[in-house]
Design a protein. Structure first.
Lengths: 539, 144
């Protein structure tokens, strides 16, 4: 059960009681004072108020623009939102206290609704620090303490000073407070600065190379990014009374170009804008990217540092790493590009707002990914370089079977609907036309299949759209699942998947030969199958 | 259990479609064949599936692991070693309570790594849960 205790909203007495209980749980004489967030938050908030008022003032007073009614309201609204959030932030600063004790990290916050939240220290899986531009200018960091739960960080401190953040991180990532009472007694406030500034032992594993940027630019997302940018620009300019539409019309004469060229120009233009957007995004996100191995007080951690305006530092405890995962999306595979992720417990793999913490390299060439793989997995095995065992030809037959059956049946259905006049036209011909494409995809999917065992690692590879190769330590496998559908039974195939607590929670190798599947599991995790082999034979 | 379930599902689907067929006149040309096909499929399922499943489903536990074999068209084997078990539940749905059955559920740290053994005799399920709990407590490891 890896979830941290939830943060119930308690009344004042409960908080006191809880605090007392927490206190009594501590050894004698180690009462830790509550800390405030850094004072500089106030200045940041003050500047934020001014900034949010600024565009309105500039537009109205200095430029003396003639604003539409909607425009005025928008400006007032943005200013109000800015001021309110800044004031809220100030109140939050006034009311937030945190402290780090022997067993847990505690935080009290809230004005009207008081919250008390604590995270036991042994549950802390990751500590990362981020800083937006305004934090960076003020020398502040936001510390996020994660316990491996999905979604938001378990506890975040917004914001503390650079130095405190660094100290907190070191303090917390030491898994056990080593009995040294005097060290934890006053954990943050009065450490000597020399200790904090002393460079920890680091080995740089990878740095950003600008050639990687090329891999990140060829992307269908470019269109989406461009649409967002244009839409944003359109509205922003609309507010101050400039119509983007007429402006473009003045520059380009559509009539003259004709329809075909117009489309080319529009698509090309949007794509170019999108590429620029992506490039900017890549630069700001990965500026000064470094992957390092840091020696912490018990063991080592992989650390990445990146970002121009919003710096992000993620630490991954190497004891929790269970393997590596290299994903190669279809088109990038042909360019030789790959995403590299560690498979680790307590790191979320997926998040909407930012890159997941498990990702240790920006999308880059496959050779680099392999090199890092060899460096990250320190036990001398090279599971990513090992030749993979091919799957039987029957696996290809199964894929072709589906590749023909699916468009075939869709065509049949459409033809029938066509006959009964529900759907007009000859759509079913399109479905037939799809067949060569699906057959080609089937072959690609078959070629992506592979599995092998390298030392303690199980290597599984599959995937059509994104060929994912996962090397997983056998001790991380929680549950083996073997599936066999009717078609697979005819062809003598089995799909083996390994469930694990780390990474994507499950990795699979579809369509092994039925006799090989059991031996594979047996070799990967000796001893598990002892009592099971007879019953498999019986079935 | 499966007989009852498939019975209920059949009644809902076929009933719903028949209702559409009867009420919405314009949809008749395409609802008709679908209704016919579904009726045949569900009829066959009802006749064959429960027995077939009963014959296939197996489970056992040793002092090292829990095993399960289930499914009828798609068969599935699962192994969980005892040291990775996180929780053991027994559950009874209303239907199961009537039939004096229970579901034994063994979960792990992975969302994809759970075994649930459906349709055990209620007493057997309770006993197994107790035994498994004892074995699990005696086994070391942090279950991840």
């Amino acid at each position: 059960v890896t979830t941290a205790p939830s943060s119930p909203t308690l009344s004042e007495q409960h908080i006191e009681a809880a605090a007392k209980r927490a206190k009594s749980a501590e050894p004698e004489g180690t009462e830790v004072p509550w800390q405030r967030l850094d004072r500089r938050v106030i200045w940041v908030d003050g500047v934020k108020i001014l900034l949010s008022l600024a565009p309105g003032l500039v537009a109205m007073v200095i430029l003396d623009l003639d604003l539409s009614v909607v425009g005025t309201w928008l400006l007032v609204l943005t200013a109000a939102v800015g001021v309110i959030s800044a004031v809220e932030d100030l109140l939050r600063w006034l009311k937030t206290r945190y402290r780090v004790t022997e067993e847990r990290v505690e935080r009290r916050t809230g004005m009207l609704v008081r919250k008390y939240r604590y995270v036991p220290r042994e549950r802390i899986r990751s500590v990362d620090t981020t800083a937006r531009l305004r934090h960076q200018l003020a020398g502040l960091r936001v510390v996020n303490i994660g316990t491996g739960e999905q979604g938001a960080a378990a506890l975040s401190l917004d914001a503390v000073s650079n130095r405190t953040a660094e100290e907190l991180r070191r303090e917390l990532l030491r898994s056990r407070p080593a009995g040294a009472v005097d060290r934890t007694a006053d954990p943050v406030a009065e450490r000597e600065p020399t200790e904090a500034t002393a460079d920890p032992q680091e080995v740089v594993l990878a740095r950003l190379r600008w050639s990687w940027m090329a891999y990140n630019l060829v992307n269908a997302w470019a269109f989406l990014v461009a649409t967002f940018l244009l839409w944003g620009a359109y509205w922003a300019l609309q507010v101050v009374g400039i119509d983007l539409n007429t402006w473009i019309r003045r520059v380009v004469d559509w009539e003259e170009l004709g329809l075909g060229w117009s489309i080319v120009v529009i698509v090309g233009g949007i794509y170019a804008i999108g590429v620029v957007g992506l490039a900017l995004n890549f630069v700001t996100e990965n500026w000064g990217f470094r992957l390092t191995r840091t020696i912490t007080e018990d063991g080592t951690a992989l650390r990445t540092k990146q970002g121009l305006f919003q710096t992000r530092e993620v630490h991954r405890d190497e004891r929790r790493i269970r393997g590596l995962h290299i994903g190669e999306p279809l088109f990038w595979r042909w360019m030789g590009a790959a995403d590299t992720e560690v498979i680790s417990t307590g790191l979320s793999n997926w998040s909407v707002s930012k890159e997941p913490g498990s990702k240790i390299l920006p999308r880059g060439p496959i050779g680099e990914a392999r090199r890092i793989a060899a460096l990250v997995l320190t036990d001398g095995h090279l599971p990513m370089d090992a030749p993979l065992r091919r799957h039987p030809r029957a696996a290809l037959h199964r894929r072709l079977f589906w590749a023909i059956l699916v468009p075939g049946s869709i065509a049949g259905l459409l033809a029938w609907l066509d006959a009964t006049n529900v759907v007009p036209g000859h759509f079913w011909l399109f479905a037939i036309g799809l067949m060569p494409v699906t057959c080609l995809l089937a072959v690609i999917a078959y070629r992506a299949l592979g599995h092998t065992i390298v030392g303690p690692y199980v290597v599984l590879r599959c995937g059509l759209l994104s060929r994912s190769t996962a090397a997983l330590q056998n001790r991380a496998v929680i549950c083996w699942t073997v599936r066999q559908s009717i078609v697979q039974r005819w062809l003598g195939l089995m799909t083996v998947s390994a469930a694990t607590a780390a990474g994507y929670r499950f990795y699979q190798a579809p369509d092994l030969a039925a006799d090989k599947a059991v031996t594979f599991i047996y070799d990967a995790t000796p001893g598990w199958m002892a009592g099971f082999l007879e019953s498999t034979d019986a079935a | 259990l499966w007989t009852f379930r498939v019975l209920i599902r059949t009644i809902v689907i076929v009933g719903g479609l028949t209702l559409t067929y009867a009420l919405v006149e314009s949809s008749r040309p395409w609802v008709g064949p679908i209704l016919a096909i579904l009726t045949v499929i569900l009829g066959v399922t009802m006749a064959v599936m429960p027995t077939w499943r009963y014959l296939i489903h197996r489970w056992e536990h040793t002092d090292r692991a829990v095993y399960l074999l289930k499914g009828w068209l798609v068969r599935e084997w699962r192994v969980i070693p005892i040291s990775r078990i996180q929780t053991i539940d027994t559950m009874k749905s209303p239907l199961q309570q009537v039939l004096r059955l229970a579901t034994l559920r063994v979960t792990t740290a992975s969302t994809h790594g759970a075994i649930s053994i459906e349709g055990l005799d209620a007493d057997v399920a309770a006993d197994t849960a107790r035994v498994l709990t004892e074995i699990t407590q005696a086994t070391k490891g942090d279950a991840t």
